[in-house]
Design a protein. Structure first.
Length: 405
């Protein structure tokens, strides 16, 4: 029997999301989340999808990612889906930064791990967790291929004029300072699904994709290839995010160093963890911000307006980059669920052919759908992302190419 199951691990700074997928029929067997790793109140939320049982929650401190992954393995084992299963073909890992060298999914060896570790300074919130995830999975199943799928990969097609900063070339090249872009697995998956929804050939479809989760990024996609994206050397550039500032004048950093005596690390922490929506109004969850706006809270209102203003600027910029746009596509936690964000982001852009239909926009759903008025020149769509399935597809393609039709 050829193994057909892929375990996907998406290790974040304080959480591990996982899914076990049988690629024979693209069947999801289990999914879950280990959260608040390192805190007293850690938990594993586990959904045994194949067994059809209800969700389980397991409480108890998980000191680090190593412990978290072991707890996840135990939850899977309790459903007869343990990591010792001979049906497991590989473990697929989301790795956020692959730099210039790692631009395709790869089977991880020591050299690949070293390169992911070398990139920690440019993805300090993400790459360390990704490395721990891979090392722990290797210890649990040393015989299995561990495959890394990079957030940066999809953006490696960006032309030089979009990827380069206007910096002294020698300095930039010596330190590999350039724009890499992130959330690429999501941008790639959503672009394909959006073309399907539009009934168009992906090679002839131009899209502005807005991935709005805790981290948020926009991309301009021409014919299935990334032409520009809002995140840069690190996942800090671009849109306003949950806790990250996105674009600022780089001189803010020197200014804070000189007038506030802040060190580089302190400014780094400020911009990554205490800025964005959280820094502006004390909340980083869009649901809570909408509640506060409904209660007349001015700080929440201003935070929302700043978030939308930035989003709108990127829609305009990428419209100009692409010249012709088939659709603006919303995805991830905020993009898929927050109708007021979608409405506000395209408000006033009728001259560009952009509008949402109030009723379609307000409707809830898990399916990809159009929310622009019938006959609109430029469509507006909501396309749920599925980074885990995409990682499983890429992992499976790499370890079992002969098995594919
Ligand atoms: N119904 C909703 N309305 C508005 N925002 C929502 C809703 N559901 C989820 N979100 C937002 O989605 C965010 C998480 O998005 P997600 O894509 O899961 O992020 P990540 O993968 O980066 O953790 C939350 O911070 C929350 O603000
Ligand atoms: C790269 C990045 O920002 O990822 P996330 O949104 O998961 O934090
Ligand atoms: Mg995400």
């Amino acid at each position: 029997m050829t193994p057909t199951r892929i375990l996907v691990l998406n290790s974040g700074s304080s959480s591990v999301k996982y899914q076990l997928i049988d690629m024979a029929g693209r069947t999801r067997l289990a999914a879950g989340l280990a959260e608040r790793i390192g805190e007293e109140t850690s938990a594993v939320l586990h959904q045994p999808l194949a067994a059809g049982g209800g969700k389980r929650e397991r409480q108890g401190r998980l000191a680090d990612h190593d412990e978290a992954l072991k707890a996840v393995a135990e939850e899977l084992a309790a459903d007869g889906l343990g990591l010792d299963s001979p049906e497991l073909a590989a473990i697929g890992h989301r790795v956020v930064h692959g730099g210039l060298k790692l631009t395709e999914p790869v089977v991880v060896d020591e050299a690949v791990l070293k390169e992911i570790e070398r990139l920690v300074p440019v993805a300090p919130l993400h790459n360390p967790a990704n490395v721990t995830g891979i090392r722990t999975a290797q210890r649990l199943r040393p015989d299995l291929p561990q495959v890394a799928v990079f957030d940066t990969a999809f953006h490696s097609s960006m032309p030089e004029h979009a990827a380069r900063y206007a910096l002294d070339v020698e300095t930039a090249d010596a330190h590999r300072v350039r724009r890499y872009g992130f959330h690429g697995t999501s941008h790639a998956y959503v672009s394909r699904k959006a073309a399907e929804l539009l009934g168009k050939d992906p090679a002839e479809t131009n899209l502005i994709v807005l991935h709005l989760g805790n981290g948020a990024s926009a991309s301009a996609v021409r014919g299935g290839r990334c032409e520009d994206t809002s995140m840069g050397l690190t996942p800090l550039e671009g849109l306003v995010m949950g806790t990250r500032s996105g674009d600022i004048d780089p001189a803010v950093v020197f200014h804070l160093g000189r007038v506030a005596g802040m060190s580089a690390d302190e400014v780094d922490e400020l911009l990554n963890k205490r800025s964005g929506l959280l820094g502006l109004c004390g909340d980083n969850d869009m649901r809570q911000i909408r509640r506060r706006i409904d209660e007349g809270d001015a700080a929440a209102r201003l935070a929302f307006d700043i978030y939308i203003h930035r989003l709108k600027k990127y829609i305009g910029a990428y419209y100009a980059v692409l010249g012709r746009v088939d659709a603006v596509v919303f995805t991830a936690g905020v993009g898929e669920n927050a109708a007021p964000v979608r409405e506000a982001a395209v408000a006033g852009l009728e001259e560009l052919g952009l509008a949402v239909d109030g009723e379609l926009n307000a409707a809830h759903g898990k399916e990809a759908r159009l929310i622009s008025p019938a006959g609109a020149r430029v469509k507006v769509a909501v396309v749920p992302t599925d980074e885990e399935l995409e990682i499983a597809e890429q992992t499976y393609a790499l370890v079992a190419p002969a098995e594919r039709p």
